[in-house]
Design a protein around this ligand. Structure first.
Ligand SMILES: C[S@@+](CC[C@H](N)C(=O)[O-])C[C@H]1O[C@@H](n2cnc3c(N)ncnc32)[C@H](O)[C@@H]1O
Length: 238
């Protein structure tokens, strides 16, 4: 594939865009094996505990990070029966990682992985971290305390988000995505031109609105491809 069409935008450097830093660098002791490898597109996927996998990557080797870490917001363990066309049921009891934890636990969790993420990012490179109100405040504080430079808080507005099933508070239709640079030094990797082009020639705002497609994965936190595609395009300077 030589061209990728993202709405009206044509990305011509697709090989460069999907270049894996891992191809260039040797992992140290305890090398990990990808569970998916597509040599044509130079894509490798690794699966495991981020707290240990990130430690195996060398310093300053990653062009961009997108993370959707646990929100630690689940309190009830309900099995939600849905009829909004997204998925039939979502069993929150299976997602033990999502259960609410102490504030101390959450700080330690986010400090641990974000410290490693910062170490492996290249100079000027950025990280995108999504979250709900349960988690994003803590992530924001940790990012700042580690010396990341927060560039934007992007509001993801899912226009067809599901209702509040219990009718106990407002219907939640947004998530926040923090976009931050490794630190204050260096030129930020930002494909401003592509973002403007994507937005019909007008500077793109920090509110991204979209209609979610039917979610085949039965997980309400699944991110839409358009969100990831836009972030990947934005975080790679042309
Ligand atoms: C908010 S959900 C994000 C779901 C994601 N957007 C998706 O569509 O699969 C948080 C994810 O973090 C994963 N997770 C929790 N603890 C982890 C850890 N220590 N290392 C790697 N992943 C972890 C969970 O399995 C879950 O898939």
């Amino acid at each position: 594939m030589s061209k990728v069409y993202l709405r009206n935008y044509t990305f011509r450097n697709i090989d460069k865009m999907f270049f894996c830093a891992e191809e260039q660098t040797q992992y140290g002791k305890g090398a990990i094996t990808p569970f998916y490898h597509n040599p044509d597109k130079k894509i490798k996927l690794f699966q495991g505990d981020a707290l240990s996998i990130l430690k195996k990557a060398p310093d300053n080797c990653i062009d961009m990070i997108f993370a959707d870490p646990p929100y630690f917001g689940n309190q009830s363990g309900l099995i939600i029966k849905r009829n909004d066309g997204h998925a039939d049921t979502f069993d929150t009891q299976k997602a033990q990682w999502a259960y609410s934890k102490s504030i101390n636990y959450q700080f330690e969790f986010h400090y641990t992985w974000l410290k490693e993420a910062q170490r492996i990012l290249k100079k000027g490179s950025t990280i995108w971290v999504t979250g709900t109100y349960h988690s994003i405040g803590i992530v924001n504080v940790v990012l700042q305390d580690l010396g990341f430079k927060i560039l934007n808080d992007i509001i993801l507005h899912k226009r067809n988000a599901p209702p509040n099933f219990k009718g106990s508070c407002f219907r939640a239709v947004t998530e926040t995505m923090l976009w931050a640079k490794k630190d204050s030094s260096g030129k930020t990797k930002f494909n401003y031109k592509a973002m403007k082009e994507l937005n019909g020639g007008v500077q793109m705002k920090n509110i991204w609105e979209y209609w979610a497609e039917k979610n085949p994965f039965r997980h309400p936190a699944t991110k839409q491809p358009i969100v990831l595609e836009t972030a990947i395009l934005a975080g790679n300077s042309n």
